[in-house]
Design a binder for this molecule. Structure first.
Ligand code: FES
Length: 272
């Protein structure tokens, strides 16, 4: 004779049926709340500035905000288009940095860290470890549109090139002090600080680590790749930190350039 078993203690194939959403008693909601606040604030600020089409260039010192680099509209202020422009002036709804901004947004959107952050904070899949998510099904990144997250490795190459352009912008500003030659002001320090941290974020990317260390059976006869992989692996452990810091430095840099360009503050010169 067989005993009658109780119904399985699960609502699906693998999920435990709990009477409450979670048994956690710590402040597990704080991380997702801060993530929503931080990412939303950055997106709102970035969108407003990208479409403002003003106060992005300081002609005296050649300060160009990264939100407008490279400036590609025929209406870019004289001197700000360091790599040339398209033959027409962009309407208000097309950012002057029409190529770099979408690529950088895609780079961050598909970043392994940001994926974790916004899956948890916005999509709540899951909200946090051991907290029941509101979705009935989980398909991961196996179908459209999330299958597109695999493009991250290509966006890395684009971001690498754009970091080179930002480095050129910062260097170019150094060569345009008050007398037209070499000079250093607070703006130069802000621009260079931002560029250094952008490099730290870009080079700590998981795809960058794979470029140097992936698809190899042995590092034995590849000392340079081994060295690079080791350094990138060190940076990679702080990728989340760089992801957040660079959101902050991008805003600070852009705001500084906007305030100087708008005449609200004067750039403090240290040398020439
Ligand atoms: Fe974050 Fe590549 S994993 S930028």
């Amino acid at each position: 004779m067989t005993a009658t078993l109780p119904p399985p203690e699960s609502s699906g194939a693998t999920r435990a049926r709990l009477p409450i959403r979670t048994l956690r008693t710590d402040r597990w909601w704080l991380g997702p709340v801060l993530t929503v606040a931080g990412l939303t604030a950055f997106l709102v600020y970035g969108l407003l500035r990208a479409f403002q089409q003003d106060h992005y260039w300081v002609p005296e010192y050649h300060y160009l905000t990264p939100f407008y680099s490279p400036c590609l509209s025929a209406s870019c202020e004289p001197g700000s288009a360091l790599f040339g422009t398209f033959p027409w002036a962009f309407p208000w709804f097309i950012p002057y940095a029409v190529i770099s901004l979408p690529l950088l947004l895609a780079f961050r959107f598909t970043c392994y860290y940001y994926r974790k952050a916004y899956y948890r904070a916005f999509w709540q899949s899951p909200t946090a470890c051991a907290v029941r998510e509101p979705h009935g099904r989980y398909t991961g990144e196996t179908r459209f549109p999330l299958l597109g997250q695999n493009l991250h490795r290509y966006f890395f190459y684009a971001a690498f090139l754009i970091s080179l352009i930002n480095t050129y912008d910062a260097t170019n500003a150094l060569l345009h002090g008050e007398n037209g030659g070499f000079g250093i002001g607070i703006g130069n320090i802000v621009l260079f600080g931002n560029v250094i941290l952008l490099w730290a974020y870009t080079l700590s990317c998981h795809s960058c680590r794979h470029v140097f260390g992936g698809r190899l059976k042995s590092f034995g006869d590849r000392p340079f790749r081994y060295w690079m992989w080791t350094q990138i692996s060190r940076l990679n452990t702080r990728h989340m930190l760089f992801a957040w810091i660079t959101l902050g430095t991008l805003v600070i840099t852009d705001l500084y350039v906007a305030l100087v360009a708008g005449g609200v503050i004067t750039d403090l010169r240290i040398f020439n």
